[in-house]
Design a protein around this ligand. Sequence first.
Ligand code: FAD
Length: 278
Amino acid sequence: MIPPIANNFVAGETAPGALDHVASLNDDGVKGILNLLGEHYDERQPADEDADQYVELIQEIDKSGLDCAVSVKPSQIGLDVGDDVFVENLERIVAAGDDHGVFVWVDMEDYTTTDVTLDAYERLVTEHEGGVGVCTQANLKRTPEDLERLAPLPGKVRLVKGAYSEPEEVSYKKKERVNEAYRDCLELMFEEFEGGIGVGSHDPAMIDYAKDLHDEYGTDYEVQMLMGVRDDEQRDLAAEGIPMWQYIPYGDKWFSYFYRRVRERKENALFAVRAVLS
Ligand code: FAD
């Protein structure tokens, strides 16, 4: 069982528990993006099993009538086993999403996986006329060029700052430089995309910048934040009428995800310590 302190960041170990969380979010106007925790499988069986679980989850989301998408990591559905395994499993998940009217996001992992992830996305989003989204990372120097390639496609693109420690040749390392790159990429998206922009950030400065760009260009966008991070702000943005999606991890592999959230911010660590002491 997940201890209460981790419940802030992870919506339980099972799909029904995660769907209950989405139902309460939907009541406040916030939509859900469910992520079954798991990554870097080096054998085919667990990758296929997680893909099966996504297909079942998509069926359950459809039955529930909830406003909810899913988000999947390439290495969770076989990328470390082989590109073909990843593409085959992603195809299955996207086809199920298409059948059941559930949107499928593809997370982005480290820079060595960008090409294969974008290639798979480009093919599937074209075959399925939207219904799929992909994440791009502002800390990678290549991203503006990738965004130019993605602009004419249907589907959606989530822009994040980037969570992986990448080599200097391919990425910006300084926080200020990453923030500048994030603004530049956002501007490019609002200028060139017809919609489908996902602002994946908790940063108030980036959210405000997106609002300004929306006023200037009129392009539609949504904001995406993680469960347990600025939850009140998420509800406030939804109340303002901005499409707000919460990324919600769940599943039995919750410990390493929770540990990452606690390590990345002093406030999260203090919260965890207080919860243990009380
Ligand atoms: P930061 O640059 O970390 O912080 C900027 C400001 O935001 C802070 O000064 C503070 O005001 C506010 N803030 C940030 N965190 C908190 C907090 N915990 N509590 C209160 N205020 C806070 N990365 C990938 O590489 N691939 C992915 O597929 C991916 N998917 C993501 C999906 C979503 C929905 C989100 C939100 C992030 C995703 N990320 C992904 C992670 C992302 O790359 C960043 O590492 C992460 O979002 C931190 O950057 P930030 O823009 O939120 O803010």
